[in-house]
Design a binder for this molecule. Sequence first.
Ligand SMILES: [Zn+2]
Length: 147
Amino acid sequence: MELQSERATCAKCGKRFDPALEKCPHCGWQVPAGWVWPPATPEEEEAIAQKRKEARERIILTTGFEIEGRAISRYLAVVSSQEFLISDSPTQELEQATNNCLERLKDKAVKAGADAVIGVDIDYMKMEANAFMVVATGTAVRLQESE
Ligand SMILES: [Zn+2]
């Protein structure tokens, strides 16, 4: 799945892609830090937000390294997210923190132009008596279009 927009034009290959992406999904051109695309019209903004939302809903998170019935076409990036929390009885908060980490992993996957994050690993670290850190990592991948 690739997000399409009529605004962001790759400086290298000239193809169009979603301006939220950090790299051109066609040729891998890295959008320079601080790069500003021309402003979108409200209609474009809405269309892009909608596509991003749909892309986010389609992101597959798995602790496995394969997606049933789909071939991986590209390994894009290792993505990670962290959540720090201080609590005396952290059971519930840890669950919420884990969910937050996984949601942010999805956001990063969308930004990377991924379809899925494989090998998702969640680590819990006890920093001090009542301070905890949750770290989620995984590999953002693009899948071949299903037939
Ligand atoms: Zn390109």
